[in-house]
Design a protein around this ligand. Structure first.
Ligand SMILES: Cc1ncc(COP(=O)(O)O)c(C=O)c1O
Length: 378
């Protein structure tokens, strides 16, 4: 059975180039980058090169990248490194749990005051509403670049510019945008930006935080001097090398791959609309990353659909992979006005590098027969 992987927002397959580079490191380059001898210096050079490659993908200077254990830790470092007791924070109601739950916990414990700004039915936050929520004691604004469930791109420029004019630090979780959209932090009004390697062909368990030059951040942990003391602990050298290689490869091919993937996605959506006119693509009217389809097929449980597709070798997700197994409906979809039934009837199809033009018709055919066999609940 030919397998079709359509869950690239949950994770991506490791790029062969990244695998090769990582295998070489794991086999032969065991040095600790903090050691002064040759094996140590070789490992340091590998980390430095990866830093240049990751920085290159987002138009940053290498010295502004802090390697972390992934997107979640990058988010936490950005939030925790800025916030102190009594601060006010503004965020959107559709952030990833890594941001939203962390901020809600800080609010619950009485550390901060939090304003969550809603989104419209298109999944976009209104920049005016976000900036309208700013107060004199607002210490941080956090708005994701692109949503993991719908792919909807947020007004980073407008919100960032408003924050900058008021001198308020601005963080963006760009985990779902990096490698899918061209990003140039040199022309973006962001102070902090989170990345995760496994979302763009790198390994799991490694990520990074971009930190605008001169921006002062407090470390969350104390220990060694790695990562400018902002993230102590011996570096995950092979992971960092894999992230660097992935960043270089996706950066080189970003434009062509984004166009190719967008075409697959749009072909599928157009064909689906012809076959199932009442299927609703969430965020269709908004600017989206090129790879994501979030579709509500009324009366058809997405979890059941997912299992039927899986039996046919097709991997998709119901809502966000991060919330799979949780009973609560997706906070992103309900924030866009879907009720819990509609949220449960929503499938996420996330295209990527491993897909080709054979996949949209196979998905469509398999999906239609799965919908037919499940029938519609009234
Ligand atoms: C928008 C967003 N932020 C953060 C994360 C967490 O990243 P990681 O899995 O590297 O911790 C994810 C992962 O799904 C994500 O989609």
């Amino acid at each position: 059975m030919r397998r079709i992987y359509l869950d690239h927002n949950a994770t991506t397959p490791l790029l062969p180039e990244a695998f090769e580079a990582m295998a070489g490191v794991l086999k032969d380059r065991f040095g600790n980058p903090s050691s002064s001898h040759s094996p140590g210096r070789e490992a340091r050079a590998l980390v430095d090169r990866a830093r240049r490659e990751v920085a290159g993908l987002i138009g940053a200077r290498p010295s502004t990248i802090v390697f972390t254990s992934g997107g979640t830790e990058a988010d936490h470092l950005a939030l925790g490194g800025v916030l102190k007791e009594g601060d006010h924070v503004v965020t959107s109601s559709i952030e990833h749990h890594a941001v939203l739950d962390e901020l809600r916990e800080l609010e619950r414990s009485g550390t901060i005051e939090l304003t969550e700004v809603p989104v419209g039915s298109d999944g976009v936050v209104d920049p005016g509403a976000m900036l309208g929520a700013l107060r004199d004691d607002t210490a941080l604004v956090s708005l994701m670049f692109a949503n993991n469930e719908t792919g909807v791109v947020q007004p980073i420029d407008a919100v960032g510019a408003g924050c900058r004019s008021r001198g308020i630090p601005f963080h963006s979780d760009a985990v779902q945008a990096v490698g899918k959209l061209p990003i140039d932090v040199g022309s973006l009004p962001v102070d902090l930006l989170s990345l995760s390697a496994h979302k763009f062909g790198g390994p799991k368990g490694v990520g990074g935080l971009y930190l605008r030059r001169g921006f002062r951040l407090r470390p969350l942990r104390h220990g060694g001097e790695q990562e400018r003391r902002l993230r102590p602990g011996t570096e995950n050298v092979s992971g960092i090398v894999g992230m660097g290689v992935a960043a270089r490869v996706v950066g080189e091919e970003l434009e062509t791959e984004a166009g190719r993937i967008r075409k697959l996605r749009d072909t599928f959506e157009t064909e689906l609309a012809g076959r199932l006119p009442d299927a609703h693509v969430n965020g269709a009217g908004a600017d989206r990353v090129p790879n994501t389809t979030s579709v509500t097929i009324y009366g058809v449980d997405a979890e059941a659909l997912l299992l039927l597709l899986d039996m046919e070798g097709i991997a998709v997700s119901a809502g966000s992979a991060c919330t799979t197994g949780a009973a609560a409906p997706s906070h992103v979809l309900t924030a866009m006005g879907l009720d819990s039934r509609q949220a449960a009837d929503t499938l996420r199809i996330a295209w990527g590098r491993v897909n080709d033009a054979n996949d949209p018709p196979v998905l469509l055919r398999t999906l239609m027969s799965a919908v037919q066999s499940l029938g519609r609940e009234q």
